[in-house]
Design a protein around this ligand. Structure first.
Ligand code: DQA
Length: 146
């Protein structure tokens, strides 16, 4: 049994309230419990973490190394387009990860077109709403069982 870590970045705690025409009506708690259900049914374990603070996300990624986390699924949210430091953290711990976005950032404002994570992610899933997290979990489980 392996543990997968699901990390959500800033403002994603407001899912279900925040810009629902872009991000939908499901709360983060709802998405997390769906993903946990899937991962557990696959014989693995899910840890969930959300923070609005860059340093806290970096600390959580460092802790993942100590905990022996096998795989990370991360939606860095606004930090996708700004954070060299979170990129460096995932490279530092060398834990494979999938990058997820609810919306399709490349179809939105130009400042969302660049991701500091996509070139080092095993996979990028975007524009599929909450289903993207389940797809990421399915892919992570498949890779872990391989
Ligand atoms: C997002 C896209 C980002 O551009 C944005 O800053 C977010 C959410 C998404 O899930 O679509 O906060 O990562």
């Amino acid at each position: 049994m392996a543990t997968i870590l699901l990390i959500n970045g800033p403002n994603l705690n407001l899912l279900g309230i925040r810009e629902t025409s872009i991000y939908g009506n499901l709360s983060l708690a709802n998405i997390e419990s769906q993903v946990a259900g899937f991962v557990e049914a696959s014989g693995h374990e899910l840890d969930c973490f959300q923070s609005n603070h860059e340093g806290d996300i970096i600390d959580r990624i460092h802790l993942a190394l100590e905990q022996g986390i096998a795989y990370i699924i991360i939606n860095p949210a606004g930090f996708t387009h700004t954070s060299v430091a979170i990129r460096d953290a995932v490279l530092a711990v060398n834990i494979p990860f999938i990058e997820v976005h609810l919306s399709e950032p490349k179809s939105r404002e130009p400042f969302r077109h660049y991701s500091y994570f996509s070139d080092i992610a095993q996979e990028v899933i975007s524009g599929e709403g909450p289903d993207g997290y389940l797809k990421a979990a399915a892919s992570a489980v498949k890779r872990l069982n391989h």
